[in-house]
Design a protein around this ligand. Structure first.
Ligand code: NZQ
Ligand code: ZN
Length: 405
């Protein structure tokens, strides 16, 4: 490990079947007005809404309703939530739902006392908040994003066809999160596997960068192996508490700022997936599943070519390591006892593809509503980052998107 960094994660977690019992103790720390943020109604069907409201009332809180947060929350909804918070002089934003509700709560938290337009300030100019931040708490019901213990807040602007994430600092991270794996058991299979792939890709985005010997990569391999193991159990029996609880905890550690320490990190799968999401409004994890394999194969292919840049060798070595440590495919596993490092790298991606198909992920953008006619626009919306093994050109982005259709 060669880099220098600061590490601080202020989010307090309560994990387990009785975790909601800890909510009252947290609520006592804040003023009387609580904005209760939730999505399209799943928490009313599965009873979580009633449980949470009972605790809020028991603590004597004034509950200000803010439901209807859509998957991939929009800038229009954000402006509505800011108005609700201002009108009711809110002391705490309590998100009860998945990443969309948690992200939205964070975006509201930095906008209530801000005079600027939040989209322009945080998502176009990427400025940091310089106003009072309303505290956020979460009760998580959908696993995948890691939003419960990070500063990420992704907002979609349908008008400009952009879906942009701002990763805020420690002041915006949730003050506390309730993690009860039982709450995730009512998720439809589609959302469960989309979340599982989101977790896996968060780890990949941090793992596939750098050439140094970094403890983060060993942690990543352990988390990926655990996730693959638990995902297979949950895929067969979604009601398996032990598997679902492991998946929930893995999601948190996959993206709570630990793994990224001293890593440059890649995040190009997310940039491609988010741009596609801005055009299709598709489920986040599925957009990632659709673009991952063409992107990773393109990286290995380019790295093994004669004109591979300086990142080429490190890229092949890391994908071969991924094959061996995560999928058990090693460079010695060929029919003749010898396969090259490049072959091993591709074999690891093949093993990952087989697992993705086993889970039933949607693995192309066409099924998610994208078409050839959208490719140029999606490419224009794709932010090109520089931390991975290759800095893509716009033409390469177009090529990868075409292969993802
Ligand atoms: O809206 P309701 O009715 O609650 O239904 C939701 C929604 O339709 C449903 N759901 C949630 N919990 C449920 C449930 N249904 C039944 N039982 C339950 N227990 O699931 C659907 C998806 O929920 P959503 O919150 O949208 O999913 P997710 O957690 O995947 O969040 C997606 C958003 O997070 C962003 C994504 O871009 C997307 O906007 N991300 C946030 C990140 C971060 N903060 O760091 C990183 C991620 O990479 C991601 O970009
Ligand atoms: Zn993600």
């Amino acid at each position: 490990m060669r880099g220098s960094f600061t590490y601080c994660n202020p989010t307090k977690l309560y994990f387990g079947k009785n975790a909601l019992q800890k909510l009252a103790g947290e609520l006592d720390k804040y003023g009387p007005n609580v904005q209760l943020i939730y999505g399209g109604g799943s928490i009313k069907k599965n009873g979580i809404y009633d449980e949470v409201v009972e605790v809020l009332k028991g603590c004597g809180k004034n509950v200000v309703e803010d439901g209807g947060v859509m998957p991939n929350p929009t800038v229009d909804k954000l402006r509505e939530g800011v108005q609700i918070a201002r009108d009711n002089d809110v002391d705490l934003l309590l998100a009860v739902g998945g990443g969309s509700c948690c992200d939205y709560a964070k975006a509201v938290s930095v906008s209530v006392k801000c005079d600027d337009d939040p989209w322009e300030k945080y998502y176009v100019r990427f400025e940091e908040p310089d106003c009072e931040i309303i505290p956020v708490g979460c009760v998580l019901t959908m696993v995948g994003t890691g939003s419960e213990m990070n500063g990420g807040a992704v907002i979609t602007n349908h008008e400009t066809k952009q879906k942009i994430g701002h990763v805020f600092g420690t002041g915006v991270m949730p003050k506390f999160t309730v993690l009860n794996p039982m709450y995730t058991l009512s998720l439809p299979h589609y959302q469960m596997v989309a979340g599982i792939y989101d977790i896996f890709n968060h780890i990949c985005e941090q793992y596939f960068s750098g050439a140094d010997d970094n403890v983060s990569d060993y942690l990543s391999e352990g988390l990926m192996r655990s996730l693959i193991h638990s995902s297979r159990i949950a895929n067969k029996d979604p009601q398996d508490y032990e598997a679902r609880s492991n998946i929930m905890w893995t999601a948190t550690w996959a993206l709570n700022t630990l793994l990224s320490r001293a890593k440059t990190t890649d995040w190009m799968v997310h940039m491609l997936g988010q741009a596609a999401g801005a055009y299709t409004d598709a489920t986040h994890g599925m957009t990632l599943a659709a673009v991952s394999l063409p992107y990773y194969r393109y990286l290995v292919q380019s790295a093994s070519g004669e004109d591979a840049g300086p990142g080429g060798e490190a890229c092949i070595a890391k994908f071969a390591r991924f094959a061996k440590e995560v999928w058990g495919v090693s460079a010695e596993d060929g029919n003749d006892g010898q396969i090259s490092e490049v072959e091993a790298a591709f074999a690891g991606i093949d093993a990952m593809e087989a697992w993705m198909k086993e889970l039933g992920l949607v693995m192309n953008l066409t099924e998610l509503g994208a078409s050839e006619g959208m490719v140029e626009g999606i490419a224009d919306s794709t932010i090109i980052l520089k931390g991975g093994y290759k800095v893509l050109t716009r033409e390469e982005v177009v090529e990868i998107l075409r292969q993802s259709l």
